[in-house]
Write a protein that binds this ligand. Structure first.
Ligand code: MG
Length: 186
């Protein structure tokens, strides 16, 4: 068999973004969670910052791969196409089945400890769209998707926390330079 060409990055990214959309998750939905998580820590936080951060996280191959695997399994379970007993386990989102969390948390470590702790918090509290997905009934299977959203939101929150701090430091530095300059001119 001829060696297959590697899949181009932009194809993977588009597939992951399309899948999220197809499953009813908008970037804004995830940004809302990020805003909620970070608003208490920064007074200069804007919704644009949150949207930008979610977007940046979705550019990461690790996240895209997790999204592709997780949503595929949700969709197959929805169509009754998994083998038993996995079909029943995924379909019923069995409490002791931890592979959904494992796949999602696997892509959290790249964003440091804030991402890890935020993931744990969101997985437990299930705010916003995560709660909606978790409680959606009527034949929908979101066993993997809810954890993936926790992961994306946690990563975007951590990334943003570090960025905002850098921005503050930069402003402080400018302020110091400005004062020094004023003093020198006085
Ligand atoms: Mg789950």
């Amino acid at each position: 068999m001829a060696k297959k060409e590697p899949v181009r990055s932009h194809v993977v990214e588009k597939a992951a973004r399309d899948l999220l959309k197809e499953r009813g998750v908008k970037i804004q939905d995830i940004a809302d969670i990020v805003y909620e998580m970070q608003a208490g820590f920064s007074n200069g936080l804007s919704m644009d910052d949150c949207v930008e951060s979610v977007d940046a996280v979705l550019e990461k191959r690790e996240i895209q791969h997790a999204v592709l695997v997780g949503i595929e399994l949700d969709k197959l379970a929805e169509k009754n196409q998994l083998s038993e007993p996995l079909q029943s386990i995924v379909e019923s989102d069995e409490g002791l089945f931890g592979v959904d969390e494992t796949i999602a948390i696997g892509s959290v470590f790249g964003y440091g400890s804030i991402a890890v702790t935020t993931f744990g918090y969101l997985d437990k509290e299930k705010t916003g769209i995560i709660k909606e997905l978790d409680s959606k009934s009527g034949g929908h299977v979101h066993t993997f998707l809810d954890d993936l959203i926790c992961s994306i939101a946690a990563n975007a929150s951590s990334r943003l926390a570090h960025r905002l701090r850098d921005r503050e430091d930069h402003l402080d530095q400018k302020e110091i330079e400005h004062r020094d300059h004023e003093e020198r001119m006085a």
